[in-house]
Design a protein around this ligand. Structure first.
Ligand code: ATP
Ligand code: MG
Length: 142
């Protein structure tokens, strides 16, 4: 993956500019810098999740993944994010799903997960939620 003259910001402010960075396949790359220096902004531009924020995010330049610019109009950002995942600093549940449905989503959307029947899903969901003091007194709804 490679960024070419990537520049990104929020509203009228520029968070990062002149970012020309190559991320090599099968290698671990660490991005280091002080808090607020723009690490997350760069990473968020790499799967186009940056453009989903509510704080007027913007970006320019290119990000190439397997020689295709992910900002090309032909690229479907939803399909792109299936291939370029992101692990957030804080867990963030899907807002339109119930708590139980959020647990099941993790199981069902997982890569290479064996399919589970409804009874097994309910059992596993209840098992995990019963460990969580914040929700253990609520009834699972699937
Ligand atoms: N949602 C947002 N709205 C407006 N400005 C933002 C937003 N997110 C980040 N910024 C600003 O963009 C700049 C870069 O922030 P960013 O979160 O990318 O830094 P970071 O290096 O990941 O910091 P940290 O180490 O704290 O995670 C900062 O000036 C920050 O205040
Ligand atoms: Mg960050």
């Amino acid at each position: 993956m490679r960024t070419a003259d990537l520049i990104a910001g929020y509203g009228k402010s520029t968070a990062v500019e002149d970012i020309n960075l190559t991320i090599y396949k099968n290698r671990v790359t660490a991005l280091m810098g002080p808090s607020g220096s723009g690490k997350s902004t760069i990473v968020r531009c790499m799967n186009r999740i940056h453009e989903m924020g509510e704080s007027k995010p913007w970006q320019n330049g290119a990000v190439y993944f397997e020689d295709q610019n992910i900002y090309d109009s032909a690229v479907n950002p939803v399909l792109l994010r299936r291939r370029i995942g992101m692990v957030f600093q804080r867990a963030w549940p899907f807002p339109t799903l119930s708590i139980a449905e959020n647990v099941v989503a993790g199981i069902e959307m997982g890569v290479d997960q064996p399919k589970m029947n409804k009874a097994d899903l309910a059992f596993v969901t209840e098992k995990y939620l019963s460990l969580d003091g914040r929700v253990s007194d609520r009834v699972p709804r699937l």
